[in-house]
Design a protein around this ligand. Structure first.
Ligand code: DX5
Ligand code: ZN
Length: 221
């Protein structure tokens, strides 16, 4: 089995008990904590910021993967790095200077990545492959948990897998939105190696049962 990672999105967790929630999901087998930052400007929803990242940091050892759905991007990057983020991704159309923002994230000691909405073209990748540690493909339009996986994302995953392989670089390929036990294998077959799942995990009473079921699906790929 390839090196697959499961990244529960705390967007669907119980925010009143967030420390306990992240501890429980890591005990259940999560590899990464996916942290969705929404600003009510780039996306029509408002969630959590660096203070909450800092608050959960002592509760888990696994990487915290901050998905910035904000505009502008740069000002908030150092704050998340200080708050303990390990990975920071942003949407290229939300930054006026994509190369500079990627460099800023790395200069702050974090892994850097770009996020593509379902309709965002991949041409942003052309000149920055050497500055990427991760590429995140949205399989829903960003802003809300609990939406359905958009099937044409599978083709996009395959295209990005090809680009990564051709580059010969070690770049993670993450997929985010509508990932469940019954479609995780398809996403893996298309070429994804890191799977964000919010409602599929935090929406169920037994996190370990869901993560185990996802891993059993991945074994078959
Ligand atoms: C959506 C977020 C996702 C979301 C995924 O804008 O980026 O991370 O939490 O939630 P599910 O898995 O419920 O689609
Ligand atoms: Zn996300």
């Amino acid at each position: 089995m390839a090196n697959y990672r499961i990244a529960p999105s705390i967007l669907s967790a119980d925010f009143a008990r967030l420390g306990e929630e992240v501890r429980n999901v890591v005990t259940a087998g999560a590899d990464i904590i996916h942290f969705d930052v929404m600003d009510n400007h780039y996306v029509p929803n408002l969630t959590i910021g660096p203070l909450v990242c800092e608050a959960i940091r002592p509760h888990v050892q696994v990487p915290i993967d901050v998905h910035l759905m904000v505009k502008p991007v740069d000002r908030i990057v150092p704050d998340f790095a200080k708050a303990g983020a390990n990975i920071i991704t942003f949407h290229p159309e939300a930054s006026d200077h994509v190369d500079r923002t990627l460099q800023l994230i790395r200069d702050n000691g974090c892994k850097a990545g770009l996020v593509f909405n379902p309709a965002t073209p991949l041409h942003y990748l052309e000149h920055v492959m050497d500055k990427l540690d991760i590429i995140l493909l949205m399989s829903v339009n960003p802003g809300f948990g609990g939406q359905s996986f958009i099937p044409h994302t599978l083709k996009k995953i395959a295209s990005v897998r090809k680009l990564i392989d051709e580059s010969g670089r070690d770049i993670m390929l993450e997929v985010d939105g509508g990932i469940k036990v019954d479609n995780i294998a398809e996403a893996a077959r298309a070429g994804a190696d890191t799977f964000v799942a919010g409602s599929a995990i935090f929406g169920k009473p037994d996190y370990k049962a869901v993560i185990d079921a996802m891993r059993s699906e991945l074994v078959k790929v």
